[in-house]
Design a protein around this ligand. Structure first.
Ligand code: GLC
Ligand code: MG
Length: 575
């Protein structure tokens, strides 16, 4: 009976069955992919995303009200820049209380409601964890100044040196701050200097102190208990500084990279950055987070590190072969892209990452923009912004999008009085939701940073449902990321990428015998011709505005094809 059914099955339905089995097996294989391995991450800069109470500053209730938008555009997890109590000297990266919500952003109830709503929608919430420093207004720092029990050695303190010539007080070493020249600031009350990698209002913790580490673990636990899914870890390369047994600090050597003695690059930072202990503390946190998951169940509580560091250093953050640390460390290679970028540059930058991080750890992610860098539409060029959206999502692994880049927002260099101006303001202007007052970001009279003057033509509402708009392309790509072919990236032959010419970049994503996608992107301002790419006939499924083709058009890739200047497309083949 069974046999006869089998034998009477037409070759057609047998093929369908075969496909089904393959589909099931690839779905099975794809489910080996943990959520953070192939996610669509979206960074929210809370001050600028959505203001619910009209004070001109974005807030948690604002974010909650816009979570359905994140769902709509296919985001899987959102990372919020710091929302903790802060005097905002570095816009929240200067924390006074790590377990309190900054009143400007709302209350703990607002936070809980946001997490609940996100989870209801199937979105994960990633918080920013800032373990390198606190605000100088933090209670811990105040206690440390007073040398209170347990807090004496909580920060990076050092004795003054005396200038033998002048007899004047000098900092313990020549260390620099990334933000303001001198890295040491004198504290009159304690009669010592403290070190800060960033602003003087951001004293560096002494992470060698077990009590500091204990406090930081408790901070993580506090947020995990409130349902947070993962952490973005701030400023990893800066965690530890070299300190001698006797409490002194070695001078940095001159790098020879620049003659400008005031530049951060003037010294090597051999003693202040990328110390081996940085990786060790990440391994400790991983152990804690894994244990937490074992005890509480649920999905992997992942960490994604922020580190602008050499690839070998980044590799150790993931694992040194024995210990494991971060799940992801942000790949900032595409931050280097400029308007002169060619396909060959993209290939080289992709290889720089993949040769180490993929080969060793099967880990990839692609950051195109963030709150510390010029927006892609400005930096790489408006012609190439959609192309980069396509590429960042079509490469294997996780894509990372900065709010507003999904509609191609540009930097906005509004006039500002320089006392109140941060060099990073241009990429932090309010989200452009619609054409109404303040771009729909706030009902207030003014906003903390001015809304970009282009908001009436460039906003979510204008692009929604418009084929070939930046938003439409973004949505198409996040949807493709969920396809079998895109999920099969860890399998042999699951992906390939290369610069076919100086200007044409190609990515192939394959679920063997099921489907295949091919991205072709022309970075140049000239027409490009390509011959005999494959014997397949494929269909256009994503097109940017430079493409003369239509959705659903077919193209025979065994023949010569052409790409218009800046044309970027995704082609699909189905078995
Ligand atoms: C990270 C943040 C940056 C901040 C710095 C200090 O680099 O991305 O915005 O200023 O850390 O916390
Ligand atoms: Mg507000």
């Amino acid at each position: 009976m069974v046999n006869s059914v089998f034998f009477t099955m037409s070759s057609m339905s047998y093929r369908i069955l075969q496909l089904l089995l393959l589909f099931i097996s690839s779905v099975y294989a794809a489910s080996d992919v943990d959520w953070w391995e192939s996610a669509t991450l979206y960074q929210i800069y809370p001050r600028s995303f959505m203001d619910s109470d009209g004070d001109g500053v974005g807030d948690l209730n604002g974010i909650t009200s816009r979570l359905p938008f994140l769902k709509e555009i296919g985001v899987t997890a959102t990372w919020l820049s710091p929302i903790f109590e802060s005097p905002m000297a570095d816009m929240g990266y200067d924390v006074t209380n790590f377990t309190k919500i900054e009143p400007l952003f709302g209350t703990m109830e607002d936070f809980d409601a946001m997490v609940a709503k996100a989870h209801e929608l199937g979105l994960k919430i990633i918080l920013d964890f800032v373990p390198n420093h606190s605000s100088d207004e933090c209670e811990w720092f105040q206690k440390s100044i007073r040398r209170e029990d347990g807090y004496d050695d909580f920060y990076t303190w050092g004795d003054a040196k005396i200038d033998p010539q002048t007899g004047e007080r000098m900092p313990p070493s020549n260390w620099r701050s990334l933000f303001e020249g001198q890295g040491w600031t004198w504290n009159e009350q304690r009669q010592q200097y403290y070190f800060h990698h960033f602003l003087a209002k951001q004293p560096d913790f002494n992470l060698r102190n077990p009590m500091v580490r204990q406090h930081l673990i408790e901070v993580m636990k506090f947020w995990l208990d409130r349902g947070v899914d993962a952490f973005r870890i701030d400023a990893v390369p800066h965690f530890f500084e070299k300190r001698f047994e006797n409490g002194t600090y070695p001078d940095e050597e001159v790098s020879g990279m620049t003659n400008d003695t005031t530049s951060f690059l003037y010294y090597t930072h051999k003693y202040t950055m990328n110390q081996p202990e940085n990786a060790e503390i990440l391994y400790e946190w991983r152990e804690f987070l894994d244990e937490y998951q074992q005890q509480h169940g649920g999905d992997t509580r992942a960490t994604v590190g922020e580190a602008y560091a050499p690839i070998g250093v980044l590799s150790d953050y993931i694992s040194n072969g024995t210990d494991v640390g971060l799940q992801l460390t942000m790949n900032f290679n595409f931050i280097q892209l400029r308007d002169t970028t060619t396909a060959k540059d993209v290939e080289r930058l992709a290889n720089d990452w993949m040769d180490v991080m993929w080969t060793k750890h099967k880990q990839a992610n692609w950051v195109v923009g963030n709150h510390d860098n010029s927006r892609p539409a400005t930096r790489i060029g408006e012609q190439r912004a959609d192309m980069m959206t396509i590429i960042a999502h079509a490469m294997p692994g996780t894509s990372v999008t900065y709010y507003g880049d999904e509609i191609g927002m540009t930097d906005y260099d509004a006039e500002c009085t320089w006392a109140s101006c941060d060099f990073r303001d241009p990429e932090r202007t309010p989200m452009q939701w619609d054409s109404t007052t303040n771009a729909g970001f706030s009902k207030g009279n003014s906003t903390w940073l001015p809304v970009n003057s282009n908001y009436k033509s460039l906003n979510v509402q204008r692009q929604r449902g418009v084929a070939r708009s930046t938003l439409y392309i973004y949505k198409a790509m996040t949807a493709l990321k969920k396809s079998v072919a895109f999920k099969s990236f860890k399998e042999e032959g699951g992906f390939a990428y290369e610069a076919l010419t100086e200007q044409v970049f190609q990515i192939i994503r394959t679920a063997p015998n099921v489907e295949e996608y091919r991205v072709l992107a022309n970075f140049g301002g000239q027409m490009e011709y390509l011959d005999g790419l494959t014997n397949k006939t494929m269909e256009y499924v994503v097109l940017n505005s430079y493409s003369p083709h239509r959705y659903g058009d077919k193209v025979d890739l065994s023949k010569r094809i052409y790409l218009m200047p800046y044309e970027a497309v995704v082609l699909r083949w189905v078995a």
